[in-house]
Design a protein around this ligand. Structure first.
Ligand code: ADP
Ligand code: MG
Length: 687
């Protein structure tokens, strides 16, 4: 049960003044549903701003507020091209105000031609012209535009403004109670960190490294504690020793020999499964390293010893794809493979449930639906969790730890995580690494192309398709905006490519209904569609070997790890593959370096290390990329710097007070609920 102390923080966001039905949706898009979410919606950066009478008084690169009169709307907003509004200052200097994506629509409304507005933002130069890209504020009076010297800049969604969200944050902070300290006093002293409540307030008020570190540390500590609790519980449990006899695996007819790394991993897994104590093992292997076969061999091993195996995929698309692959590969062995997703209803579902119960189904593939309470197995011996890089693996682990006999667990990830981060993200799991790609893979020819050569790129795609190959086109992540804007960009690109390529183009994105998504993917995988336009939903695991061209728009907006994942969709067959990274015109130093690295190497582990390096280096407020990071508060850099410390702190606490019943233990429980790692608490007696 959640401690009452936390109730004000877990109250619905509507309790805040000014949050009505209209704002609920944009807030939700930012993941803000409760007061605590708003309190933890930390500024992405701060600007200190100077009010200037005109642009002559300001320097390029400076954060300013200036009064401007709107003179022209250049074209109309379109997700395809930047939208510019021209304006003049008091002495006639012309400046362009520029927007990308959907934000342009509200900008056009906020800046009617002929009107004077106070505009706040960073002054840039674009060719000969002065410009402000995505102004932070537009106000009708000078007071509201210049009120603050040091101003937090929050991530926004369509319909929200900076002052609005700053106001909500202020209210949320006012509702934060004082909480007992959960950090080891020695650690706290040495670091000189503020208490939780002050840290949160400071993080909203100013660029405060100590406050940020403390909040990140809280998250790392909570995660370490939760994983240790799961681990300790796992050690107390009994599983079943499953030693396969090779009866089924011997009949497999794989079209290739296993790589050395695959053989080694299969042996490590079999060794664990032959023990009675339940396995907790992580299989790390770059995209295309061949994790599926390893999973299949392990699952067949379980089936040989009379148990069942289940494979959990993060999305419907992936579940279906695994199902097809596994069924095909397992066919000669006679093992039965079934698929269960949230979409299966009625009789279909009933018959799968029956098969699981009476043991006629050996291997079940599916989404989280496979762990619902109503799903009962005759004898589940092994659970494989695929591609869990998004929210960490702990909660998924817990799903598997029910029942009398605990199944063995194999978690697989394609995200090459720097060694320094494995412990923080996965706790003390045993690790097998597939550090060798199957032979015969050709390197992917990676090129960086300026976005203004778009028509050449489209011609290149046309030649590629005419030659009978397939291609992916990944649409940009839109700055500062939510998923809907990514969607708008993808839809616009889809429309324009459809004009050229007709029915050969398919679109997939996260908001399609599962049936639609599957149908689109099906058309692409079967080769009926040639070009797949997508938001980043294709990031995880999709496998279409005949697709050998990948176009990634505004590639500089993606992190290295994510680019690497995306690029890994091609180069899967034996044909030569190409990856075109389209870059926008405002390329930062780090952006440039990132793209250069992509060209230089295809080693996922190296890219992960470099990603960490590029983000480190004194950047207090790391830019976050959706879906890429395991933690919501802690950046990669903080995780690598403080992860070990948090792990040690958590271990020490549990050694002294394994039931979390002492006073610091009680504080730690509060932390686990606060940061929603309370799945570990359920394992404690009286939790
Ligand atoms: P991932 O590790 O990304 O899940 P997959 O398991 O999907 O990779 O494998 C990628 C491709 O490589 C598949 O088409 C698979 O059949 C093939 N493959 C796997 N192992 C080998 C191998 N030892 N030799 C050749 N091809 C292999
Ligand atoms: Mg895979």
């Amino acid at each position: 049960m959640r401690p009452d102390l936390l109730n004000p923080l877990f109250a619905e966001i509507e309790g805040l003044d000014g949050v009505g039905p209209k704002l609920k949706k944009p807030l939700e898009r930012l993941g803000l549903a409760r007061v605590r979410d708003v309190a933890y919606h930390l500024p992405e950066r701060f600007v200190s701003r100077r009010a200037v009478p005109d642009l002559d008084a300001a320097g390029v690169g400076e954060q300013i507020v200036v009064a401007l009169t709107v003179t022209e709307h250049r074209g109309s907003p379109s997700p395809r091209a930047p939208f510019r509004i021209l304006a003049q200052d008091a002495i006639g200097n012309v400046i362009a105000l520029t927007w990308f994506g959907k934000a342009a629509f509200s900008a056009r409304k906020a800046l009617p031609i002929g009107e004077r507005r106070w505009v706040a933002g960073r002054l840039d130069q674009y060719g000969q012209m002065l410009q402000i890209v995505h102004p932070d504020h537009i106000a009708e009076s000078s007071e509201s535009a210049t009120a603050r010297q040091m101003e937090p800049i929050y991530r926004l969604a369509e319909g929200l403004t900076q002052p609005r969200i700053a106001g909500f944050a202020e209210q949320a902070l006012a509702r934060c109670p004082d909480l007992p300290e959960w950090i080891e006093p020695g650690v706290l002293d040495r670091a000189g960190w503020p208490a939780w409540r002050e840290a949160l307030a400071a993080a909203h008020r100013e660029e405060n490294a100590g406050a940020r570190d403390r909040l990140a540390y809280d998250e790392l500590l909570a995660n370490a504690l939760a994983l240790l609790l799961v681990r300790a519980d796992n050690r107390r449990r009994r599983g079943q020793a499953l030693a396969g006899d090779g009866r089924l695996t011997d009949t497999l007819q794989l079209p290739f020999p296993l790589t050395g790394a695959q053989v080694r991993s299969v042996a490590e897994i079999a060794g664990d499964m032959a023990q009675e104590s339940p396995m907790l093992r992580l299989l790390q292997g770059d995209v295309g390293a061949g994790k599926t076969v390893v999973a299949l061999l392990s699952m067949l091993g379980a089936v040989e010893s009379g148990a069942q195996a289940a494979m959990l995929a993060p999305t419907e698309i992936l579940a279906r794809q695994h199902y097809e692959t596994l069924r095909r590969m397992a066919a000669p062995t006679g093992a039965t493979v079934a698929l269960l997703t949230g979409r299966d209803k009625g009789r279909q579902r009933e018959s799968i449930l029956m098969g699981l119960l009476d043991g006629t189904i050996d291997i079940l593939v599916g989404t989280h639906a496979i762990f619902q309470d109503t799903v009962n197995y005759r004898n589940l011996g092994l659970v494989v969790i695929d591609e869990q890089h998004r929210f960490g693996v702990g909660q998924r682990l817990l799903l598997t730890q029910k029942g009398r006999r605990t199944p063995h667990v194999l978690a697989m990830t394609a995200t090459p995580i720097p060694r320094t981060l494995v412990l923080a993200q996965y706790g003390e799991m045993d690790v097998s690494r597939l550090d060798e790609l199957p032979p015969g893979r050709q390197p992917i020819d990676t090129r960086v192309v300026a976005l203004d050569r778009l028509s050449d790129v489209v011609d290149g795609v046309a030649r590629h398709l005419e030659a009978g190959a397939q291609a992916y086109w990944v649409c940009p992540m839109v700055r500062d905006e939510g998923e809907n804007d990514d969607l708008a960009a993808a839809e616009a690109r889809y429309a324009s490519l459809k004009e050229r390529f007709g029915d050969a183009v398919e679109l997939v994105h996260g908001q399609l209904r599962p049936e639609e998504k599957d149908a689109a993917m099906e058309r692409f995988a079967s080769g009926r569609a040639k070009l797949l336009v997508a938001t980043t939903v294709i990031e995880v695991g999709v496998d279409v070997p005949s697709s050998t061209l990948m176009v990634i728009e505004q590639a500089e907006r993606f992190g290295l790890a994510q680019l690497h994942q995306l690029r890994g969709r091609v180069g899967r067959g034996t044909g030569k593959s190409t990856c075109l990274l389209l870059r926008g015109d405002a390329l930062s130093e780090v952006g440039r370096e990132r793209l250069a690295l992509m060209r230089e190497t295809q080693d996922g582990f190296r890219l992960a290390e470099e990603d960490l390096r590029l983000r480190g280096g004194g950047e207090i407020l790391g830019t976050r990329q959706s879906g890429e990071e395991a933690f919501r508060i802690a950046t990669l850099e903080q995780t690598s710097r403080m992860g070990q410390m948090a792990q040690d702190d958590a271990r020490l606490l549990l050694e002294r007070d394994g039931g979390l019943t002492g006073s610091r233990g009680a504080a730690a429980r509060i932390l686990l609920y606060l940061l929603e790692r309370d799945w570990g608490v359920q394992l404690l007696r009286g939790g």
